[in-house]
Design a protein around this ligand. Structure first.
Ligand code: 5GP
Ligand code: ZN
Length: 112
């Protein structure tokens, strides 16, 4: 997707504070962190949201989920973390490339 912010981050066209990358996912610090640790985990391929998933994405989504504890632990979140996925305008999604928030540490916002 040529005009997608997160695709541009994956491509290195827009700088980011990367914490992890492999052939399927890209992980970076949120530019406006809501807690001491606030990562964004995204697939490298452009998928707009959970609403756009098909059965073709099953392995990729499972892979992302299975990676989360390892990513959180690498940030020092040894006793747990919060995950958030916003979907569509009604869910408060601001960037139209599927992303999973990992939050933890000091200042983590309440769940409301
Ligand atoms: P959403 O509300 O769509 O679930 O979350 C989008 C997130 O992307 C927000 O937490 C916002 O701070 C973050 N964000 C928006 N633009 C950028 C950017 O250019 N770089 C980084 N690292 N994060 C961004
Ligand atoms: Zn994209």
């Amino acid at each position: 997707m040529s005009n997608c912010l997160f695709c541009k981050i994956v491509a290195g066209e827009i700088p980011s504070s990367k914490v992890y990358e492999d052939d399927q996912i890209f992980v970076f610090n949120d530019i406006s962190p809501k807690a001491a640790v606030h990562l964004l985990v995204i697939p490298k391929i452009h998928i707009v949201s959970l609403d756009d998933l098909t059965s073709e994405h099953q392995v990729l989504i499972a892979y992302m989920m299975l990676k989360l504890p390892e990513l959180a632990r690498a940030q020092g979140l040894d006793d747990g973390f919060r995950t958030i996925i916003n979907t569509g305008p009604g869910g408060g999604q601001e960037v139209g490339h599927l992303h999973l928030h990992i939050l933890g540490g000091k200042g983590m916002p309440g769940f409301n």
